[in-house]
Design a protein around this ligand. Structure first.
Ligand code: DAT
Ligand code: MG
Length: 148
């Protein structure tokens, strides 16, 4: 089953949005397989956002993501990578549709509440970056018979 890495950013944690965000993915039918509240070191932040290291906003991005605790998660389910991106909304909250997380809660691109992997390769890379294998829990849920 496909897995993705999602993370409530420091702004989302401070604003008390962890519960709402977890609830949206649970209600959709996805299964939580790992989660932790953690601080991100500068080193981890630079690795996580390494694809953006030449961009003008890179240092602000690293500063922001290390500015307070984040809630890191791994979610599993059919097509979860692309569906989670749709549920998050576009990168810039000003353009994100109402009903999406960024559309409902964000105002500016620098504080857009949530991160989500954008491909199978980035999901694998980011899950490994943030979680040890033993932190991910494999379990079956009977309710999945009513989702699939
Ligand atoms: P996403 O988070 O939707 O995958 P991304 O990977 O292009 O978007 O960028 C990573 C983060 O960097 C994004 O969530 C917010 C920040 N960012 C992106 N574009 C930006 C810009 N033009 N100015 C400031 N911050 C930006
Ligand atoms: Mg991205």
């Amino acid at each position: 089953m496909e897995k993705t890495f999602l993370m409530v950013k420091p702004d989302g944690v401070q604003r008390g949005l962890i519960g709402d965000i977890v609830s949206r993915f649970e209600s959709k039918g996805f299964q939580l397989v790992g989660a932790k509240l953690m601080s991100i070191s500068e080193e981890l932040a630079e690795k996580h956002y390494e694809e953006h290291k030449e961009r003008p906003f890179f240092s602000d991005l690293v500063q922001f993501i290390t500015s307070g605790p984040v809630f890191a998660m791994v979610w599993q389910g059919e097509h979860v990578i692309a569906t989670a991106r749709q549920m998050m909304g576009t990168t810039n909250p000003q353009e994100a549709a109402p009903g999406t997380i960024r559309g409902d809660y964000g105002l500016i691109v620098g504080k857009n509440i949530i991160h989500g992997s954008d491909s199978v390769q980035s999901a694998e890379r980011e899950i490994k970056l943030f979680f040890q294998e033993e932190e991910l829990v494999e379990y079956s849920k009977l309710i999945n018979n009513w989702i699939y």
